[in-house]
Each structure stands twice: as structure tokens, then as C-alpha cells.
Design a binder for this molecule. Structure first.
Ligand code: GRE
Ligand code: ZN
Length: 261
């Protein structure tokens, strides 16, 4: 579990830079993506491998989020798009808000969505996640946005059912649904070439500036009840983790691209 940080008070986002200087850098995430300011571009096709089929997966409450990992030999990977090599799945996790009007980290036209899923992948030629995070092109993160609705999203059913088993910080369970990675890593192949992309950082300390972000344009949905389950887990300080999104950071002259397939 990374460090002593939280989303409120004296360990909140505006204080992260004291202990973690990189959090004060010029290539920080999240950002507000203003559609009128993006540069359109045609990237090679973004390709997903190893997503089909079943994966044994684990779900953890690390005190900052709900995180899912797999130690399967068949691991999802991506290539193409804005990245010029293969990136391998490490973990996925979620950011949410205290109510349905907030929760996403990146904003689009200053709009917050209710939740954001981050699929974290590391550059295969560096051999491991730990080596990759020492390099400035070490990670790619896929960002998926969710808007709260009345309708449950079937893709969340199995994990929402098991969230009560990871309420305590440090809890780690096997996910009963072996299709969970297939559903979460590539939930909407038909819309997978429609994304924004920019250079940024981890959105939690140590805020390393090593991430090529790929944010899919088309939001998906999650029900109010499904979302509420995420807010019920405990945080490192013992209170409910009602929200875990970092506020937007300055763009500072960076270019945000939109892929036009
Ligand atoms: C996070 O902790 O939220 C995080 C990572 C790695 C990449 C991106 C990201 O741990 O937001
Ligand atoms: Zn994240």
C-alpha cells in the first residue's frame, strides 16, 4: 500500500506535494479536457490481446480504492494507438465521489462523471511493473467514464456482490466471476477507437509523470445502488472511503489529442 495520503484534511490532495514533490510537477493528472481545444489525429488502430477467455482475478481494498489484479499466465495487453509498443496489464481500480454528480478524475468540458475506471498497463520491454515505473514512458492507463443511472450495469454485478467482503483495509479475495477482466479491460470494443490521449501522471502519490493516458470518449453507465457499494469500503484512516478522486491539475501547455479513426 502506497504511503500516507488521503482525500481530505491535512493529508488531502493539496498537501501531497510536501512529501511527494512530483505531485507539484508540470505533467500532472487528472485534467479537464475541453473538446474545443483538442487536436485531432489519426493513430494506428488500438489493439487488445489476451482479453478474451477467463482470468483468475483478485480484489483488494488497499485503503485508497478497490483494486483488481490477476496472476494468470494469460494476461491482457494492448498495442497500437498512441503507444509504439506492447503494454501489459498490471491492475485496475476505481475512483468515485461522495454523490453521483462527482467522482471521475478527468473531466470532459468541465463535466464530472460519477465514476472512473483505470486500467493500468506497463511497457513490456522493461520486464516488470517495478522497472517500468522508473521510465518516463513506463505506463499506459485506459480511462473509462461512468454516469450514474437507475439501470444496473451487468458488468459490475459480480464485483458489487463481493464488495462487502473487502470492507476492511487490506482485505483480499478471489473474484468468483472469471470473466471480470474481459468485461472491465475492454468493455466496449465498438467504441475503442474513439478516445482522447495525453501525457500525464499517476493520480495518487508519488504522482509519477510516466503515463500515456487513453480516455475513451463514450461514457458508460452504473446504477446508483452499484455505485453506493463502492462508497461503503473503509479507508486507511478508518472512515468510509466516500470519495477518492483527485481534483484537476493545470494543463500547462500540454496537447490533448483525439483519435479520429
Ligand atoms: C492510481 O493510483 O490512481 C493510479 C495508479 C497507476 C496509474 C494511474 C493511476 O496507481 O491513477
Ligand atoms: Zn487511478
Amino acid at each position: 500500500v502506497a504511503g500516507n495520503f488521503s482525500y481530505d484534511g491535512t493529508n488531502g490532495p493539496s498537501h501531497w506535494g510536501k512529501e511527494y514533490k512530483t505531485c507539484l510537477g508540470k505533467y500532472q493528472s487528472p485534467i479537464d479536457i475541453e473538446e474545443k481545444d483538442v487536436t485531432t489525429m489519426t493513430f494506428p488502430e488500438l489493439q487488445f490481446s489476451g482479453v478474451e477467455g477467463s482470468h483468475k482475478a483478485y480484489m483488494t481494498n488497499n485503503g485508497h480504492t478497490v483494486m483488481i489484479q490477476s496472476f494468470d499466465s494469460n494476461v491482457p495487453s494492448i498495442s497500437g494507438g498512441p503507444i509504439n509498443s506492447t503494454y501489459v496489464f498490471q491492475q485496475l481500480h476505481f475512483h468515485w465521489g461522495p454523490n453521483d454528480n462527482q467522482g471521475s478524475e478527468d473531466l470532459i468540458n468541465n463535466h464530472s462523471f460519477s465514476m472512473e475506471l483505470h486500467v493500468v498497463l506497463w511497457k513490456k520491454e522493461y520486464g516488470s511493473y517495478d522497472e517500468a515505473i522508473k521510465r518516463d514512458d513506463g505506463l499506459t492507463v485506459l480511462g473509462y467514464l461512468y454516469q450514474a443511472t437507475d439501470e444496473p450495469n451487468p458488468m459490475f454485478e459480480s464485483i458489487v456482490q463481493q464488495i462487502p467482503d473487502i470492507v476492511g483495509v487490506g482485505s483480499n479475495i478471489t473474484i468468483s466471476d472469471n470473466n471480470v477482466l474481459k468485461k472491465l479491460v475492454a468493455p466496449d470494443i465498438a467504441s475503442a477507437q474513439n478516445y482522447f490521449t495525453y501525457r500525464g501522471s499517476l493520480t495518487t502519490p508519488p504522482c509519477l509523470e510516466i503515463v500515456q493516458w487513453i480516455d475513451f470518449v463514450k461514457p458508460q453507465h452504473i446504477s446508483h445502488e452499484q455505485l453506493a457499494a463502492f462508497r461503503s469500503i473503509q479507508s486507511a484512516d478508518g472512515t468510509n472511503l466516500t470519495h477518492n478522486f483527485r481534483p484537476v491539475q493545470p494543463l500547462d501547455g500540454r496537447t490533448v489529442y483525439r483519435n479520429i479513426a
